[in-house]
Write a protein that binds this ligand. Structure first.
Ligand code: HEC
Length: 295
């Protein structure tokens, strides 16, 4: 008669599998606080305890029918704790006589081999792997669990929410507070490519909108070039609705505008203008001598 696996193992496995199932199939990760989750665990544990008691009764009944030597062998086996048996099955080496019993002799090539049975922990992991794989594939196919698109959506929502949160607390950047910063140039260039390049051309050399690298400007609203660009982004062009008030209409934030204006300041003041000969648009408006501060 075989000794039984202790109830604690069943309980641990049941808890593990329940968590796995909830992790994969629950809509949100708040299941730990759901009464349904705990009720399920409680019911499962009660069922296991009932099964264990039935197991005890069956065991007693079978035990009473054993011969004396069988009883002795059984009690001896039972006296070794389960975990120790598990450990032994993983690491214990056979004695010479035990080896003889499981020796396979190929005969023809003289190589001998031990026909060991696989350790229990290994078999356990193997079956767990198979079950997990099946459940995982099912969850992957029919639920949002581990689904890249769903995870991406979730991450995006989270990021957008934290950006909104940040914007709420961060001081808003407006015409007064905006400041040139050389560190913004690269990011400003990216923002320019996304929002402005269609009209102002590659590197702001001009197109539908004027060349922003030269000394001529149609709209002169501020004394400094940096602030003038910011002004245009906030208010748009008073003469031409094609140049929209990007900040006011909510396409970009004041923070973005600060970066874009830094980029334009950089290409206008720290680089040479893109002339007509180089493919730039002809100067428009009047020549401006900016107060060369970038504040
Ligand atoms: C749909 C086309 C269009 C887009 C997109 C656009 N602009 Fe303009 N922009 C114009 C036009 C047209 C003008 C000329 C307005 C005028 O005649 O007053 C202009 C003027 C400007 C001026 C003033 C130039 C001057 O000489 O007075 C600045 C600065 C400027 N734009 C920056 C930007 C920036 C930065 C972006 C991106 C956030 C952008 N624009 C996006 C069309 C556009």
């Amino acid at each position: 008669m075989k000794t039984r696996t202790p109830i604690s193992i069943y309980i641990i496995v049941t808890i593990g599998l329940t968590i796995m199932a909830f992790e994969m199939f629950a809509q949100d990760s708040g299941y730990f606080t759901s009464p349904f989750f705990w009720a399920l665990l409680l019911i499962a544990t009660i069922l296991l305890l009932i099964m264990n008691t039935i197991g005890d009764l069956v065991e007693n009944e079978t035990f009473s029918r054993l011969t004396e030597t069988e009883k002795k062998a059984y009690l001896e086996e039972k006296s070794i704790p389960f975990y120790q048996k598990l450990w032994n099955s993983a690491v214990k080496k056979q004695s010479q006589t035990e080896e003889k019993d499981i020796l396979i002799d190929h005969g023809f090539d003289g190589i001998t081999e031990l026909d060991n049975s696989l350790p229990k922990w290994w078999i356990g992991l193997f079956y767990f792997g198979i079950i997990f794989c099946a459940v995982y594939m099912f969850a992957f196919a029919f639920t949002d669990y581990a689904h890249p698109d769903a995870e991406y959506d979730k991450e995006t929502k989270f990021m957008l929410a934290s950006i909104i949160e940040y914007e709420k607390n961060a001081p808003t950047i407006n015409l007064e507070t905006a400041k040139y910063n050389a560190d913004y140039i690269t990011e400003g260039e990216q923002l320019f490519k996304t929002n402005c390049v269609t009209c102002h051309g590659d590197g702001a050399r001009g197109g539908i909108g004027p060349n922003l690298t030269d000394t001529h400007w149609i709209n002169i609203k501020e004394k400094s070039l940096f602030k003038n660009v910011f002004w245009m982004l906030e208010n748009g062009s008073p003469n031409n609705p094609t140049m929209r008030p990007f900040i006011k209409e909510g396409t970009i934030t004041g923070r973005d505008a600060e970066k874009i204006a830094s980029y334009i300041y950089h290409i206008n003041q720290e680089k040479t203008p893109v002339t007509e000969a180089q493919g730039g648009a002809a100067p428009q408006g009047e020549e401006v001598k900016w107060e060369n501060n970038n504040q």
